[in-house]
Design a protein around this ligand. Structure first.
Ligand code: C2E
Ligand code: MG
Ligand code: MG
Length: 682
């Protein structure tokens, strides 16, 4: 019930007072009238006034009390959670104002609660969908919230972990640190802490697996009760990517050893250290000899396995603290720090040479690999990484030039090389015009008949001031300088001319074998040059044999096949020299039109005693025969070797057992006497 103009409480109280005062006044008036008028009338009037006043007073009191109790009822409802209850008041204006304010307060609170609900819902969905794990713990560090991402990365459900301590999510060694950090937040410390700034943080999955995380802790105070949130990122993937990138940038893909970039870094660091502490260090460059042939022969996959095996061997020969790197391909580098004595470096280098040279058995194939090692040292050869790199490289190149499978220090290499090489080179340039070359001849003997079937022409340099120089000492230099081409041409011409001359003298018909160098073999006009020499000398091509090495044909097989076919079609005999050192398979050689395989003397040296070499030799003989080729064994020195080779049907032998390489006269006497001997025994 509403009134358009409700009375104020004051007006009502005045009315109330009047309602009480009026009957009182009536009563007083009645007492006066009682004396003067009819008493009954007066009593009635008085009663009527009294009742009217009472009714009025009651109404006034009710108009005040009712709205107040309505307000009281509403507030009880609100207190009981009925938030939509509102006070509806018809009464004194002041109470209406109070009720309106009361209702307004309830509206404000309802709005605020709705907003809070909204924002909580939003927060919940953010936490729920978050890509980070989100764990909230209470003041006792017990879990009260665990979002789905946390469930996913830790492997627990929210239900399983609610109320449990935070410890179970990190490895034991990190627990104390986490606790301390949380306590720091609890006291007056910072508002939040990034744990990963302090250490390599790890999480612990339910299966016990550790994984790298980024973790930040934040204090979220609520209602005065502290709560802490842990935002956790599983960074395993990122770490894996970083590791992968690091591997790409710093490690050799084939051997998984540090690569050139990483080796250089370590060397630079080591140099700084060595300078500060007055120490010495050494850099060893290791290059596997003729490794290209291995790749060509067995393919890159097998080649890679060989490289890894060699890496393992080198590693096994070093100390834990030494750095081993693979510089790419077949090049390795070793950094030796805290070197107290240069002799130690030498012995490490030799140890490596021995380890590498051990026969390697891989996938049923045996490999004989050697290496050339160059060494530079700090401070003797330089104080910068680049200088030491270059020094070791140059020293290694020298080893290559001088027959490989050896070790050379840069300082010695440079001195020895620059002086000796220069004078040798100058002398070699004049050797041809000064007629200083000679040919020696070494017989090849048919094992079955004991007959000399031919001879290998081997060049000798009669150097006036230093006597006879072995081809091993000048052929590499001649190769390098290109002088091998005219020298080789001289050998070919002389060998053909002499052989023809002997035939004219009535000597038995013999095949003369001439060694071809890589450079000669690569000459475009090799075939026509040979034809011209034969023509000019008068020698029939069937009495000329050319010896080439495996590597020469393996470098450019297609071109080699073409050249060999042309030579073959002229009637020339072709032989593969030093077979077994270049890793070409016999099956592969089938494609080449050759007549002889010369087993390298390194296999012959230790037969029959060395069973490995004996097996290799027998296998080469068998396989060569299967290919319908003939076999010559080089370097035969003993009767036992001859017997072994005879037993396994080797066709021809060459070596000191029959004769060393001899000058022409001596060789001709040998042929003569041998023939006489054979005739007399026949
Ligand atoms: P090669 O072609 O394998 O020649 C055989 C080498 O083995 C010769 O060394 C010979 O003296 C040596 N030899 C022969 N029988 C035995 C033996 O029973 N035991 C031992 N330990 N060694 C034996 P040489 O004459 O010092 O020649 C070395 C290499 O120099 C030759 O190896 C060949 O590759 C090269 N060479 C020699 N003459 C020429 C040439 O005219 N032109 C070219 N390009 N290279 C040549
Ligand atoms: Mg030869
Ligand atoms: Mg040989």
């Amino acid at each position: 019930m509403t009134h358009p103009h409700p009375m104020s409480i004051r007006a009502r109280l005045i009315l109330l007072v009047l309602a009480v005062v009026l009957p009182a006044a009536g009563l007083v008036a009645w007492m006066f009238i009682y004396d003067s008028r009819d008493a009954q009338l007066v009593a009635l009037v008085g009663l009527a006034v009294f009742l009217a006043a009472l009714a009025l007073a009651y109404r006034i009191a009710a108009a005040i009390v009712k709205p107040i109790s309505a307000l009281a009822r509403t507030s009880i409802k609100v207190a009981n959670g009925e938030l939509t209850a509102r006070a509806r008041i018809a009464g004194p204006i002041e109470l209406k104002v109070v009720a309106r304010q009361f209702n307004h307060m309830l509206d404000v609170r309802a709005d605020a609660e709705e907003a809070l609900r909204d924002s909580e819902e939003r927060l919940h969905s953010i936490v729920h969908m978050a890509s980070e794990a989100f764990v909230v713990v209470n003041a006792q560090f017990h879990v009260i919230l665990f979002n789905p991402r946390a469930e996913a990365i830790f492997g627990y459900t929210m239900a399983a972990v609610t109320g449990s301590g935070i410890d179970r999510f990190i490895p034991p060694r990190l627990r104390e640190m986490l606790r301390q950090d949380l306590e720091k937040l609890a006291t007056d410390g910072p508002h939040s802490i990034r744990m990963s700034d302090q250490a390599d943080m790890c999480g612990l999955r339910s299966n016990g697996e550790e994984f790298p995380v980024e973790m930040s802790l934040t204090r979220i105070a609520r209602n005065g009760n502290p709560l802490y949130s842990l935002v956790i990122n599983d960074i395993s993937e990122r770490r894996r990517d970083e590791a992968r990138l690091d591997k790409l940038a710093n490690y050799d893909p084939v051997t998984a050893l540090p690569n050139r970039a990483m080796f250089r870094q370590r060397l630079q660091r080591a140099l700084v250290h060595a300078q500060r502490f007055n120490e010495e260090l050494a850099v060893l460059f290791i290059d596997l000899d003729r490794f290209k042939n291995v790749n060509d022969a067995v393919g890159h996959d097998a080649g890679d396995r060989v490289l890894r095996a060699m890496g393992d061997r080198i590693r096994a020969s070093l100390r834990e603290v030494d750095t081993l790197a693979c510089l790419g391909g077949d090049e390795f580098a070793v950094l030796l720090e805290k070197v107290t004595d240069a002799r130690i470096v030498g012995s490490v280098g030799r140890k490596l040479l021995t380890a590498i040279a051990e026969p390697l058995m891989l996938d049923g194939q045996e490999y004989h690999i050697t290496a050339s090692i160059g060494v530079s040292t700090y401070p003797a050869d330089g104080s910068e990484a680049t200088m030491l790199f270059t020094g070791a490289d140059i020293a290694m190149q020298r080893v290559k030039e001088h027959g490989m499978n050896n070790l050379q220090f840069y300082s010695e290499a440079i001195n020895a090389h620059s002086i000796a090489r220069l004078s040798l080179e100058t002398a070699l340039r004049h050797a041809l015009e000064r007629n200083e070359f000679q040919l020696h001849y070494q017989p090849k003997v048919e094992i079955a008949s004991g007959r000399i079937t031919g001879m290998e022409a081997l060049v000798r340099w009669m150097r006036p001031e230093s006597g006879m120089v072995s081809p091993a000492d000048f052929i590499p230099l001649a190769e390098e300088t290109g002088l091998i081409v005219p020298i080789g041409a001289w050998v070919m011409k002389t060998a053909c001319e002499r052989n023809y001359a002997w035939q004219r003298q009535g000597m038995p018909l013999l095949r003369v074998a001439v060694n071809l160098s890589v450079r000669q073999f690569a000459l475009v006009n090799l075939v026509s040059d040979v034809a011209r020499v034969l023509d000019a000398s008068g020698l029939d091509p069937q009495w000329l044999e050319l010896e080439i090495t495996e590597s020469m044909v393996m470098d450019h097989p297609d071109q080699a096949i073409r050249t060999l076919r042309q030579l073959k079609s002229m009637g020339i005999t072709l032989a593969i020299d030093d077979f077994g050192t270049g890793y070409s398979s016999l099956g592969y050689l089938k494609r080449f039109p050759i007549d002889f395989i010369k087993i390298d003397r390194s296999f012959i040296k230790d037969i029959p005693g060395n069973s490995d070499d004996a097996i290799i030799t027998r296998t080469i003989i068998d396989m060569t025969h299967n290919l319908r080729l003939k076999v010559v064994a080089e370097g035969v020195e003993t009767e036992a070797q001859v017997n072994f080779l005879r037993e396994y049907a080797c066709d021809e032998i060459q070596g000191f057992f029959y004769s060393r390489p001899l000058p022409e006269d001596a060789f001709l006497r040998l042929v003569q006497s041998r023939n006489d001997q054979l005739l007399s025994t026949a």
